[in-house]
Write a protein of this length. Structure first.
Length: 325
């Protein structure tokens, strides 16, 4: 009987020790997970412009800081994140629907984002498209090679903003960046006007008119005609006015941006000279896009002009993306 009691007592002690040991191990496991030591990669808008780098981070946890664009869907189903506040629409590469210095952020399943005008820090999983040639597309038709999913955000406190943000806020509170994007729309048109087209449409008489790629005469009208779509860039002193706008914010802080505008001005003059000197050819052929035969123009130096345009534009895009909070 005594032996039986001792066995019961021993079993009870053994069970108690097992429970304590199990609890200790479980507590230790939980305590070892430090949320501040998570393997999170900090992205910048500049880094986000490099596809190969992004692809190497596909499926990993990332964080990036910026502002919600005011055009983000009101239902909070996703947001356009930019590094400029109060933007009414996302930035795009000229004459495309490809997002530039803008990232789409998607919340966790069943959740939504509440809009804020304050600077925010986003954390979520980076998702990268299969290739640059097969980008993601959203409900608005915008194209992009990466997005952040299963995301959350926190408000960035004023004291946590970088020292350069005071200077950045000065330029962000003007129309400088938007005006430079508009400038690049003009320069891109000069470099590649023959790739622009008029869609099929119904005229004032109710007759359907087929679409067509622009003729040289169309390009000249878009540029020279007062009030036409790209006439603003042809105005005398146009590029000087943008430089003056930049230097009004700070005379010396943005010399690299001023230099970029001057490069764009030089390219605009070169491209306009190609048009004025009729350095292009035309061929009458079937145009599959519009299902008819028509004249199609080719610029003699079209590839050269487009490559230079992309190089200078990317220089500006990288400058814009380099501002971090």
């Amino acid at each position: 009987m005594k032996t039986k009691k001792n066995l019961i007592k021993f079993a009870a002690i053994f069970l108690l020790l097992a429970i304590m040991t199990s609890s200790f191990v479980a507590c230790k496991k939980d305590d070892s997970i430090d949320p501040n030591e998570k393997n999170v990669t900090k992205l910048s808008f500049k880094a986000a412009s490099g596809y190969d780098y992004l692809k190497s981070l596909d499926g990993t946890l990332v964080t990036i800081s910026g502002y919600m664009a005011t055009s983000s869907p009101v239902d909070g189903s996703f947001m356009f994140l930019m590094n400029l506040p109060y933007q009414s629409c996302p930035f795009c590469v000229p004459n495309t629907s490809q997002l530039s210095n803008t990232m789409e952020i998607y919340p966790k399943k069943g959740e939504s984002f509440s809009y804020t005008t304050q600077a925010i820090r986003v954390e979520g999983t980076l998702e990268v498209s299969e290739s640059e040639d097969k980008p993601f597309t959203d409900m608005y038709g915008y194209e992009f090679c990466c997005k952040i999913v299963d995301a959350t955000y926190t408000i960035i406190k004023a004291e946590d903003l970088s020292e350069d943000m005071a200077l950045w806020q000065k330029i962000a509170n003007t129309d400088v960046v938007n005006d430079i994007y508009k400038m690049y729309d003009y320069v891109n048109f000069l470099c590649a006007w023959n790739t622009y087209f008029v869609n099929s449409h119904t005229d004032e008489n109710g007759v359907t008119q087929p679409g067509y790629f622009l003729y040289a005469s169309d390009a000249e009208n878009f540029i020279y005609k007062d009030g036409a779509q790209y006439n603003y860039g042809y105005k005398e002193g146009y590029f000087d006015s943008i430089v003056a706008e930049i230097e009004a914010v700070d005379k010396t802080a943005f010399t690299d941006l001023v230099a970029n505008v001057r490069k764009a001005e030089a390219l605009a003059n070169k491209a306009l000279g190609e048009l004025e000197n009729k350095n292009y050819t035309s061929e009458y052929k079937y145009v599959e896009k519009f299902g008819k035969e028509d004249w199609v123009f080719t610029l003699n130096k079209g590839e050269e002009l487009t490559a230079e345009m992309q190089k200078i534009y990317m220089e500006f895009s990288n400058w814009l993306g380099s501002w971090e909070m």
